[in-house]
Design a protein around this ligand. Structure first.
Ligand code: FMN
Length: 190
């Protein structure tokens, strides 16, 4: 069973990455050996925007190439996706939006339907709500099952770890994921 965390921030060690890694660390520390966790950052990745060519309707995959392919394969393979983004002008940053838009190619056959998802938004002060709405729009459109959300406050890299409410929520969400996966594991053994 695989839990995949994707930070859409262009900061490798930024606040979005920190919150997602907090969830993954708890799962790794408390989970059984059947649960794998992986963290992927979109920082420095070549994620070109969707150009609306609609070729994916036939190909069932995005033809734009770059690093999107490998990351999309990981999303297809995971059981739980944690996707997070920093807030830029009251919404997700561009890199995250580029990544999301290209999953249109997976939408035609509902390839992500039935997986579980958590959304994570970070902002310095205001605008987390719309960031969460955009991420939830992605999750709902693909028919993921939502396991909840986290919204954290922080400006400089790492500051979000001082947001006690967000860190507590990260642990609560990690516990929820562990419970879900241990139930799935038990049912699989029956
Ligand atoms: C271009 C840009 C736009 C931003 N817009 C907002 C905003 O609308 N609201 C806000 O509270 N913070 C805004 N911020 C601050 C970031 O959301 C904040 O620094 C966040 O912690 C970055 O997350 P990261 O470290 O994961 O990249 C902006 C930062 C940048 C660089």
């Amino acid at each position: 069973m695989k839990v995949l965390g994707i930070s859409g921030s262009m900061r490798n060690q930024g606040n979005t990455a920190m919150l997602i890694k907090r969830i993954l660390a708890h799962i790794q520390a408390e989970g059984c050996s059947e649960i794998d966790t992986e963290f992927v950052t979109l920082a420095g990745k070549d994620i070109k925007p969707c150009i609306g060519c609609e070729l994916c309707r036939d190909k069932k995959w995005c033809v734009r190439g770059g690093d999107w392919d490998e990351i999309a394969e990981k999303v297809m393979d995971c059981d739980v996706l944690i996707i997070g983004a920093p807030t830029y002008f009251y919404d997700v940053n561009g890199q995250t939006k580029n990544f999301i838009d290209r999953t249109y190619s997976l939408y035609h056959d509902r390839k992500l339907g039935g997986k579980n998802a958590v959304v994570v938004a970070v902002c310095a002060d205001r605008g987390c709500e719309r960031t969460l709405e955009t991420l939830e729009g992605f999750v709902n459109t693909h028919n993921f099952s939502s396991l909840g959300y986290i919204s954290g406050r922080g400006f400089g890299e790492g500051e979000v770890l001082k947001d006690e409410h967000a860190v507590k929520k990260a642990i609560d969400i990690a516990e929820k994921i562990l419970k879900l996966l241990s139930n799935t594991h038990r049912e699989g053994k029956r």
